[in-house]
Design a protein around this ligand. Structure first.
Ligand SMILES: O=C[C@H](O)COP(=O)(O)O
Length: 329
């Protein structure tokens, strides 16, 4: 266990120099994108049952998951105090005694994710830690405010110190097959981000089909998205395994074609440690270990950390109960 948990520390440089330069819109490639829904659903259904994380490595994998969390608060009643507490949790996500028992002397979450008004307090609270602040933007969650205001909002958050911008796409461009409009929108958002990394939230629960998810993923990557992200957390259907398979395979295809690695962020409704392990296994199997770093993989989650911390506590106190073993498969 010592060796595996110690390795977690080497995964910590969070914002890398990696940037997606994008490319011209290749409509033939977009239109050729397929998603065999029944095959994808079959594969997704078998994933949780044959998770490849062995029990003896689960604590190390859970620590890994923590380093990939965008610790999120996106509520109308957010306050500076709540964001400061969130940032304190991002700096020290797990109790010191638990980390000590696991042989790890310090980890952090991948980032903190907030609305624009909370960017400055988050940046101040995380000063000197190297933990990036991500701002949701462009009229999150619906993305239906005037275009110039959506672009301006990005600039405001970058000026306030955000290192990463989570934009929402216009779902109507996907639903009407207007790939040029989606590309132009994403390109403008990319430009407004400047040096900040940009994550494109597809709101997959509102895109109508898995083929649309595949096509929207490709268009956003072509237009310069550094990450593609499933959901805002506010749709009625958020991150799912079938959608993840489609997006991950689009990332693989984009990498094979361009040599550029795009990150993946499932978000919304991921609150259980065992679900986090399934996602990590999926990434390892489909994209390989390089993608299991916080510069290429994040969970967008507001309550996942609490469950992971509970499971780690069980692990080190020996209260590794039958019910926990059962729940972890
Ligand atoms: O982007 C992050 C999501 O809004 C978080 O969703 P959640 O609150 O369901 O974890």
């Amino acid at each position: 266990m010592q060796t595996d948990t110690q390795n977690i520390k080497t995964h910590l440089p969070l914002v890398t120099e990696l940037r997606n330069p994008g490319m011209a819109l290749d409509l033939d490639w977009v239109r050729a994108a397929q998603a065999n829904t029944s095959a994808i659903e079959r594969r997704a259904a078998t994933l949780p049952g044959r998770r490849s994380v062995k029990k003896e490595y689960q604590a190390a994998w859970l620590l890994k998951a923590i380093t990939c969390i965008d610790l999120t608060t996106l509520a109308g009643d957010d306050t500076v105090g709540r964001v400061q507490r969130l940032c304190a949790k991002a700096r020290q996500p797990v109790r010191h005694d638990i980390l000590e028992a696991l042989g790890v002397d310090g980890i952090t979450t991948g980032a903190v994710c907030v609305y624009h008004e909370m960017v400055a307090p988050a940046v101040a609270a995380l000063e000197g830690t190297g933990i990036p602040v991500a701002a949701v933007s462009t009229g999150f969650p619906a993305g239906l405010s005037p275009f110039h205001l959506r672009v301006a909002e990005i600039g405001e958050s970058v000026n306030a110190g955000a290192h990463e911008i989570d934009i929402v796409i216009s779902r109507r461009h996907v639903l009407t097959g207007n790939w040029q409009a989606l590309y132009d929108e994403m390109r403008a958002f990319r430009a407004a981000c400047g040096e900040a990394h940009v994550k494109a939230i597809l709101a997959t629960g509102e895109l109508g089909s898995l083929r649309n998810v595949a096509r929207a993923s490709l268009v956003c990557m072509m237009a310069g998205a550094d990450f593609i992200k499933t959901s805002t957390g506010k749709e009625s259907v958020n991150a799912t395994l079938p959608v993840s398979l489609v997006m991950i395979r689009a990332i693989r295809e984009y990498h094979e074609r361009t040599g550029v690695r795009i990150g993946y962020k499932p978000a919304g409704g991921i609150s259980k440690a065992k679900d986090a392990l399934v996602y990590l296994s999926l990434i390892k199997e489909e994209l390989g270990n390089r993608w299991l770093q916080p510069d290429l993989f994040r969970f967008g989650a507001s309550s996942l950390l609490g469950d992971i911390e509970r499971q780690l506590e069980h692990h080190v106190t020996g209260a590794y109960s039958a019910s926990y073993r059962h729940s972890m498969g």
